[in-house]
Design a protein around this ligand. Structure first.
Ligand code: RAT
Ligand code: ZN
Length: 434
């Protein structure tokens, strides 16, 4: 038993008995466990070197991250059309000037750049850009990956791999990737909601699919998934869904989920990851930065968990309003694993609120965070911020047990941190990772 009951509540902060921590010691034990545990980053958009230029890294990529592009248009007169006509380097220059020279980098995404520069002992002042460029130019990617993951305290990262992405496909067809630290996730957006624009791609590859997803389409998608399962050996299948997602309904999304994707997940023993709540392209002029958020109807999650008890679901929701509801559903369905504070949720104030409600409702049976990094070095600041935000939350949770008269040891804390940031995911995917 992890938590040992003692008869008299000890609220003085004095050491209780051998191996059990007092109020003061709890904080340092939590900080130590968080900093020494290597986390698994369960959802990123990073790529291993086998994917060549798809793997983004370096200062110009960091500065042109779409989270920063969205902020740039608030602090510059440059129109999106003009911005997209610039080269990558010119875009990075413009963002640096607007967000780091003419304004203070106090937003979450801008602060991240400062933390990355600082991690490499680079200057952070207004004239720092050229020095940063020179530094990143001299890095060799394999060694740089090792350094970045070490600094970030991350043992493994899960990529986002779309088998219908024409840029990604050739790498998989030419032998795929074998990097020990990068793992695949089979992303199915083009099939699950992009069917009208993508079914012909499947047809041209020899699958007997139809525009309305009728006839043999679902069986053929299963055959397609089976081939890609063999090729990628993914840890899970995944899709991002809008705030309007419903299940069940008459849509191709519902049909393909129920008749192709979930049966394949069962066949291969894979969880299905649902990221719900995006409102796509509310401002298309901003391209990748043009998506927003909407409150979703989580009856869809209830219906899926209930109708498919043999499937395991990883679920992240994008709106703040859906977070509490997701925790309640996780209490009802043990095949539901909430994960991450996704995209607009990944800010300390919101992460704090979400994580506290998850702990209060679910104990340690959830996955607190993923980075969603698109540029390699982002894992440094995103995981640094997660550790900083989580430390006081976990400390308070243990202090409450302590104040209620329970004993807590370093071993208990280490076990819990390991569960949150590693073994919940390993158990869900059925794989030992790293
Ligand atoms: O956070 C992001 O970078 C978003 O643009 C999305 O990629 C989202 O994370 C997703 O996986 O769909
Ligand atoms: Zn993502």
């Amino acid at each position: 038993m992890g938590i040992t009951s003692v008869k008299q509540p000890n609220i003085t902060g004095a050491p209780s008995s051998a191996g059990l921590l007092n109020g003061e010691q709890i904080q340092s034990a939590v900080e130590e466990a968080l900093s020494s545990t290597q986390f698994i980053d369960v959802h990123t958009h990073l790529f291993s070197p086998a994917f060549g230029n798809l793997g983004l890294w370096g200062i110009d990529e960091l500065l042109t991250y779409h989270y920063l592009e969205a902020e740039f248009f608030r602090s510059s007169d440059t129109t999106p059309e003009r911005y997209w006509n610039l080269s990558k380097r010119e875009r990075a220059d413009a963002i640096w000037r607007a967000l780091f020279v003419e304004n203070s980098p106090i937003s979450e995404a801008t602060r991240g750049i400062i933390a990355v520069l600082n991690a490499f002992e680079l200057p952070t002042g207004s004239s720092a850009l050229e020095e940063a460029r020179a530094f990143f130019r001299t890095q060799s990617i394999e060694e740089h990956i090792r350094n970045v993951l070490r600094i970030a305290g991350v043992s493994d990262v899960v990529m986002t791999n779309d088998p219908l992405d024409p840029e990604e496909q050739p790498a998989w067809l030419n032998g795929g990737q074998k990097h020990a630290k990068f793992h695949a996730a089979l992303r199915l957006d083009r099939i699950l909601w992009g069917w009208p624009r993508h079914w012909q791609q499947l047809a041209s590859q020899g699958y007997a699919v139809e525009e309305k997803a009728t006839g043999k389409s679902a069986a053929e998608v299963r055959r397609f998934l089976s081939g890609w399962y063999e090729r990628m050996r993914p840890l899970y299948m995944a899709v991002s869904l809008t705030d309007e997602f419903q299940f069940p309904d008459e849509s191709i999304t519902s049909k393909m989920l129920a008749e192709a994707v979930l049966p394949s997940c069962r066949e291969f023993g894979l969880p299905m990851s649902l990221m719900i709540g995006v409102r796509r392209q509310v401002n298309p002029r901003l391209r990748l930065a043009g998506d927003a958020v909407g409150k979703a109807d989580l009856h869809a999650v209830e219906n899926l968990c209930c109708a498919f008890p043999e499937n395991r679901f990883l679920v992240s929701v994008l709106s703040r309003e859906n977070q509490h509801e997701l925790c309640v559903y996780a209490r009802k369905f043990s095949n539901l694993m909430p994960f991450g504070c996704w995209w607009f949720m990944n800010n300390p104030s919101i992460v704090e609120e979400i994580t506290r409600e998850r702990i209060e409702l679910l104990g340690t049976s959830f996955i607190p965070q993923h980075s969603d990094a698109r540029v390699l070095e982002q894992v440094i600041y995103k995981w640094r911020n997660t550790r900083l935000t989580l430390a006081p939350i976990l400390t308070n949770a243990y202090r409450r047990i302590h104040n209620d008269g329970g004993g807590i040891s370093r071993g208990d804390i280490q076990r819990d941190v390991n569960r949150l940031f590693r073994s919940n995911f390993e158990n869900w995917t059925g794989r030992r990772i790293g």
